[in-house]
Design a protein. Structure first.
Lengths: 299, 245
């Protein structure tokens, strides 16, 4: 199957600093992809390049095997960018009608209202009189106006209250069931975990993990215990211990991979082995993960 | 085509809903007109002719202002708020955005011209053959092209504050040095000389000629055309440079 999104060696430098560093991935039809990472990880920059709004320093970004700037692509995508205020002096329904006219096969106003949960009162309001959350909802409706096959949401739930969030993600799931492809960026691990079928984890401009939420979480939690051992022991024996996922031998050290270092350590001591120079290491995703959790606590 | 028409219509609706537009483009010029024809004694020999001529000045002043400011500042505002970026990922061609803005603005100018002409008739009983009214209106409408282009140029600025400050200054300087507030003849010689090379004088002068039963000079058309081309090239050049990021 041809990928809907295709990104190869995408790189963006701002004044010599690499905001996005050699990123490659493809997205297939029907996937819900979360681009997850702390602030400044390069999520938005990557998204802007995918949309053709920012010129890559190197690499290519293609949507539906075409240049993202082409009109054919624009007719098939819907976009919700961060911090876009709406055209003022217009009623919501006038703005929606304007957007519907841009596309060959737009969704009807009733469908848009149903999908986004807007009220009739909101439709008659001027855009400048809306609250932040209401504006986001109109932005969502604008993204859906053309009945797009591919949707981009850049930090979509910032500024939404919990009810609005719930409604938003419910609709997103419904859209995915209809075969639409969805890409969203977020710095909430929880959101990515709940909604996405796939998480692409960004840190410092690079993709550091790419997989289903279950795989990602397993990677995040995986830790290792390493030590020197002054006697020989069958690797298979360690391998069969409870909670040990893998055993690696490296430069005279044995390394046990585990999600539960405490219990493995206890076992090792019970065996009364002559362990030396014990070290416990966190998974390589841990740094990014910590930043994510810290931010969640703050916000 | 339908898309463009709808886009123009939306622009017109938005301008009319803007209270500043009504105030600056209609109310202010009309108040000005009353002051300089009714309140202040200008000592003109032919008061009726002065009333008609000054009516043209004030109509030109109104349209020029809304072309530079309403258009320019609105574009800066839409750009700084991210709206223009969102439009770039919709199927709306980029050119439609600019064309619709200029056509919509011109449609509103037709309305302004009619209101101001009518005010002249009501306040001072200004009359002239219908053909002359029409020609004056057309001149003011079409002659505003270089100012619309100047609006596009203002529209390339990054901040709303800068755009509104800069365009305000240029607008007022142009209006004064172009003889739109008071006749060119009573301005200092130096300003007259400079003003002769700026677009506002030629814009007003075309309409003043029509009121006096003459036709606009070729020089008026040429200079306005030159400024139109200059501003267009500048704004296209700056926009190209800004797009490559």
């Amino acid at each position: 199957m041809q990928p809907v999104v295709q990104i190869e060696n995408l790189t963006k430098e701002f004044k010599g600093k690499r905001a996005v560093d050699d990123v490659s991935f493809t997205v297939q039809r029907g996937e819900i992809v979360a681009i997850l990472g702390p602030n400044g990880a390069g999520k938005s920059t990557t998204m802007l390049m995918m949309l053709g709004l920012l010129k890559p320093t190197a690499g290519i970004a293609k949507l539906f095997q075409e240049e993202p700037q082409s009109r054919a692509v624009h007719e098939r995508i819907g976009v919700m960018l961060q911090q876009v205020s709406l055209m003022d002096a217009l009623k919501v329904k006038e703005l929606l009608a304007l957007f519907q006219a841009y596309y060959p096969k737009p969704l009807s106003l009733e469908t848009l209202v149903k999908l986004t949960g807007m009220t009739n009162g909101e439709l008659d309001k001027r855009t400048e009189k809306l609250s932040g959350g209401q504006k986001r909802r109109v932005g969502f409706a604008l993204a859906l106006a053309g009945d797009p096959d591919l949707l981009f949401f850049d930090e979509p739930t910032v500024g939404m209250d919990s009810t609005a969030r719930k409604q938003f993600w419910l609709t997103v799931k419904e859209l995915a069931e209809q075969g639409k492809t969805i890409l969203f960026s977020t710095h909430y691990l929880q959101e990515a975990d709940d909604i996405a079928t796939r998480i692409i984890l960004f840190n410092e401009g690079k993709v550091i993990a790419d997989g289903s939420p279950i795989e990602i979480k397993r990677n995040l939690l995986r830790q290792s215990i390493s030590f020197k051992l002054n006697e020989t022991i069958e690797k298979a024996y360690l391998m069969n211990m409870k909670d040990v996922l893998a055993v690696v031998e490296d430069k005279g050290r044995l390394k046990l991979m585990t999600e539960n270092p405490d219990s493995v350590l206890r076992k090792l001591f019970e065996l009364d082995l002559r362990l030396e120079d014990i070290a416990i290491e966190k998974g390589r995703l841990e740094d990014a993960f910590e930043q994510l959790t810290v931010e969640q606590e703050v916000s | 085509m339908g898309m463009l028409l709808r886009e123009c219509k939306i622009e017109v609706i938005r301008i009319f809903r803007n209270p500043y537009f009504i105030f600056w483009s209609l109310l202010m010029p009309i108040i000005f007109y009353v002051i300089f024809t009714k309140v202040v004694n200008t000592g003109m020999e032919n008061q009726a002719l002065w009333n008609a001529i000054f009516l043209m000045s004030i109509a030109a002043f109104s349209v020029m202002g809304s072309a530079i400011m309403t258009l320019g500042i609105r574009m800066v505002q839409e750009k700084s708020e991210g709206w223009t970026t969102l439009l770039r990922v919709t199927p709306l061609p980029a050119s439609s955005y600019f064309i619709a803005k200029m056509i919509g603005q011109s449609a509103v100018h037709v309305f302004s011209i009619i209101i101001i002409f009518f005010a002249g008739f009501l306040i001072n009983g200004v009359t002239m053959p219908f053909g002359e009214w029409l020609l004056c209106g057309l001149w003011i409408l079409l002659g505003s092209a270089p100012f619309l282009a100047m609006g596009l140029l203002v529209g390339t600025m990054k901040k709303v504050d800068t755009a509104s400050g800069v365009s305000n200054i240029f607008y007022l300087l142009l209006a004064i040095t172009g003889g739109l507030w008071m006749p060119m003849e009573i301005l200092p010689k130096l300003i007259q000389t400079i003003g002769m090379w700026l677009p506002a004088f030629h814009y007003g002068n075309g309409a003043w000629a029509i009121v006096q039963g003459e036709s606009p000079e070729l020089k008026n058309v040429l200079i306005l055309g030159m400024y139109l081309i200059l501003f267009m090239i500048l704004s296209i050049y700056i926009r190209r440079k800004q797009e490559v990021v």
